[in-house]
Design a protein around this ligand. Structure first.
Ligand code: MIG
Length: 805
């Protein structure tokens, strides 16, 4: 037994403990430099070149080419914005160094050895410094750890590890919030049942944030080869990152605030596009609901039990023999009739679409997706010219080369069968890409992609495969239904994914340990430019129970993606499966989610606009408070709601950290003064939840799906701070079309202050051209004694003041 456990533990930790980069060759010293409009090119005595590009006052890109000039080709699938207006900057030199200065950032380049330091331009305070010159593996000393030593040369950069520096981000890792003293590998991998410490898992987001004494910077290492991030795990001197090929190519972001870094990262790699509002609704899935009558039964059950629901998912068994772009004729004889019927109950259908296209076993078998793709030569081949034939759900299959623009177009257009049948969104699974023949990905290293004529292999393209597949899907849905926002969900990803898809955290376990991982995973994804996150509510693999399911909803009821999903052979897990006691509590939280939709949607729009995620670690709002730097059993939604779920069985009390300021217990309105830990009761029907003093939480009417009723009335729940002030900004739009991108939204600012005999709420003149129609605004002052209320007013779309007494 013990041995088995050890084996499992080994299988679950891919970490290479002793790995370091001290054996690598260092770049030469600077002998001269050349300057152009926004770049400085350093020429080194070993014929290497380094290029620094000043993109913004707080964003400098570093590219290094070892023993050769900087290549002319410069392409990234992640980068969304290539043309930046040149910011003000200057360059100065001394015998020892060259200094680039913008309004915010100073890059000091020591000539010999070549070491780069980033400093605050105003205070000259050091932010981040090379610990050793940028390095490359000329002698192949790391060949033993490389997946494909032929694919390229290992390149790396090392930074000094701060004595009290913390590290955040790195996308989807089965790890805690602060990544200090740990190391990670990025190589998109299908890892069902992953435990904390399993690495790598599904996604690659090579972006991290360093935080030291409240001051933050970010580094985006835009390299899609198998990459490594070591945050002082192999040495207490350095943080290093490297990759098994490609360029040493990174972007340095300066805050000092994390929110500013996230905004800049969104500018660079793309902003989240708002999904339809109903994507924030409750979703139900299972592997797999079929036939159509069972899907109807699930929806009927939801409606009968007065449980809110917006979306039901069809997993792989809806297809004809796992052939994507088909429906099984016996199980789903009339998908259109089904989606129409469900739509009358306010429910949308999302179908899974995997990348594997079935390779017919019989030459005479016709399957349009295979036949067309083969004819057009859109499938991936091995270097020797053979068609690449992985084995996935359909058996022998082929994958599309999504680096080909025409192949992306074709793939997108294939989705017509879904849109014609009223399917509302697409769920992309298995896009690591997973291959049952060999899950390590080694068997794909000679799979060639077009890659803009470079004809590179999966050593480079595996990690971007899902990004491009999601892009093809998203752009297809956009073309097929131009007046609707696409809704795509993906399992694997590379940086930039937020432009095309939302995500979920794959095949979790139905265990308390897996539940506890939700919070650091969601918040870390949010700190990595991926705001629309969620996890299978209740856990995917294994048998859950009522208590676990309830506590799981108490984590996910405010996550952007709230979907209960279960493995094929798992015990049923819909909200009612463990009896009325648990179902009633789950109903309470789902109803609360729907009441909070105006608040949640406003927080989501902030993510779209400014890159700051709705689901936040406390440190994002309280960057100067060191008590938040490791806190990963609590989270915040937006600036205002703090949630501290129970993550263990049979526990009904916990400690909650409240940052400084005034806080209100959401359930009792009891007031607390923060800056301390409090102990609170948390019986199974209660998740400890607190509202920040100074907040106004907008809520809508009780509904069981988005659009069931007009959002009327809207209640502004007011929680004044110690000075009697509170404010919010409510965001609304039509929730469906892309018109919000061209101004069809409404933003309403509300500010509350103390007035004679009560409070005064000032409504600002709304911004934007969207007209929500007539509705009532209510104002409620929250307090543990008597709630003050204003006489409800109708929203006249104009600035005005309201008395609250
Ligand atoms: O090899 O489609 O993560 O959500 O139910 C498993 C079947 C394939 C993995 C996904 C899971 C989905 C399942 N899929």
């Amino acid at each position: 037994m013990k041995r088995l456990f050890l084996l499992i533990a080994l299988l679950n930790t891919g970490v290479v403990y002793a790995q370091d980069i001290t054996t690598l060759e260092k770049i030469g010293s600077v002998i001269r430099f050349a300057k152009s409009e926004k770049t400085v090119t350093l020429h080194c005595d070993d014929n290497s070149q380094v290029q620094l590009t000043i993109l913004a006052p707080d964003l400098i890109r570093v590219r290094a080419a070892f023993t050769k000039p900087i290549p002319a080709r410069d392409h990234s699938w992640a980068v969304a914005k290539e043309n930046w207006p040149t910011p003000r900057w200057k360059i100065e030199e001394t015998a020892a160094s060259i200094t680039i200065t913008t309004d915010e950032l100073e890059a000091v380049i020591r000539r010999s050895p070549l070491l780069i330091e980033f400093r605050d331009a105003r205070t000259h305070q050091l932010l981040n410094a090379d610990e050793r010159p940028m390095s490359y593996d000329a002698k192949g000393s790391l060949a033993n750890i490389m997946f494909d030593p032929k694919a390229g040369m290992f390149v790396a950069a090392a930074k000094k590890l701060g004595f009290d520096e913390h590290f955040y981000g790195l996308g989807e890792k089965a790890a805690r919030l602060d990544k200090r003293r740990s190391s990670f590998i990025n190589w998109n991998s299908d890892t069902p049942g992953y435990l904390e410490g399993r690495d790598p898992i599904y996604q690659t987001i090579p972006f991290y944030i360093g935080l030291q004494r409240g001051i933050a910077y970010g580094i985006f290492f835009d390299n899609s080869y198998r990459s490594y991030f070591n945050f002082g795990q192999s040495s207490q001197q350095r943080v290093w990152f490297g990759a098994e090929g490609g360029e040493l190519n990174y972007y340095f972001f300066y805050g000092p605030s994390i929110k500013k870094i996230l905004a800049r990262y969104a500018d660079l790699t793309g902003h989240l596009q708002l999904p339809p509002l109903w994507a924030l609704g409750n979703q139900q899935s299972r592997w797999s609901y079929y036939p159509d009558t069972m899907v109807e039964a699930v929806v009927n059950e939801y409606r009968k039990r007065d449980l809110p629901l917006d979306v039901v998912h069809l997993d792989i068994d809806y297809m004809n023999g796992y052939r994507v772009f088909t429906f099984n004729q016996e199980r789903f004889p009339d998908p259109k009739a089904l989606t129409e019927k469900l739509s009358r109950q306010g429910v949308k259908v999302v179908t899974i679409v995997d990348p594997g296209i079935k390779h017919p076993t019989d030459k005479n078998e016709r399957y349009h997706a295979f036949d067309q793709g083969l004819e057009k030569n859109f499938f991936q081949h091995r270097r020797n010219g053979d068609l690449f034939v992985p084995r996935v759900w359909p058996g022998e299959s082929v994958f599309v080369d999504y680096t080909l623009p025409e192949a992306r177009q074709w793939w997108g257009d294939l989705h017509r069968v879904y849109t014609d049948n009223g399917i509302a969104g697409i769920w992309n699974d298995m896009n690591e890409p997973s291959d049952f023949v060999d899950q390590t990905g080694k068997n794909q290293l000679d799979v060639v992609s077009y890659d803009e004529g470079e004809k590179t292999t999966h050593a480079k393209n595996r990690n971007t495969f899902a990004l491009l597949m999601s892009r093809a899907t998203y752009e297809g849905l956009e073309r097929l239904r131009p007046d609707r926002r696409p809704y795509v969900i993906t399992r694997a990803a590379y940086a930039g994914i937020q432009r095309y898809a939302t995500m979920w955290t794959g095949d979790t376990n139905s265990t308390w340990e897996a539940l506890a991982l939700n919070i650091p995973m969601f918040t870390s994804l949010g700190l990595s430019g991926e705001p629309f996150v969620g996890s299978d509510v209740g856990g995917f693999i294994g048998r859950g129970n009522g208590e676990l399911l309830v506590r799981s909803y108490q984590v996910s009821f405010l996550a952007p993606f709230c979907r209960n999903h279960k493995v094929i052979d798992g015990y049923d897990q819909e909200p009612w499966r463990f009896g009325k006691y648990y179902e009633d509590i789950i109903r309470k939280y789902l109803k609360l989610r729907y009441a909070l939709l105006p608040f949640l949607y406003s927080a989501l729009e902030e993510a779209h606009r400014s890159g700051v995620p709705p689901f936040r670690p406390l440190l994002l709002n309280y960057q100067d408070d060191a008590s938040t730097y490791n806190l990963d059993d609590q989270f915040m939604i937006g600036d205002d709601l703090l949630v501290a779920p129970i993550l263990k069985p049979d526990v009904t009390r916990r400690l909650v950290y409240l940052p400084s300021g005034t806080w209100y217990d959401y359930w009792t309105n009891k007031k607390y003064t923060g800056g301390t830990m409090i102990s609170v009761d948390a019986p199974l029907d209660t998740v400890p939840m607190f509202v920040r003093g100074g907040a106004i939480i907008p809520t809508g009417p009780a509904v069981n799906y988005v659009g069931e009723k007009p959002v009327d009335p809207i209640t502004f729940n007011i929680y004044p701070d110690e000075n009697g002030l509170a404010s919010t900004s409510l965001y609304e739009d039509d929730g469906l079309s892309p018109a919000y991108k061209t101004g069809a939204f409404r933003r309403t600012a509300v500010r509350v202050r103390r007035g004679a005999g009560g409070f005064v709420a000032g409504l600002g003149a709304p911004e934007g051209s969207y007209n929500p129609g007539p509705r009532t605004f209510r104002f409620v002052m929250k307090s543990s004694e008597r709630e003050l209320k204003a006489i409800p007013i109708s929203d006249t779309g104009t600035a005005r003041e309201v008395q609250i007494r």
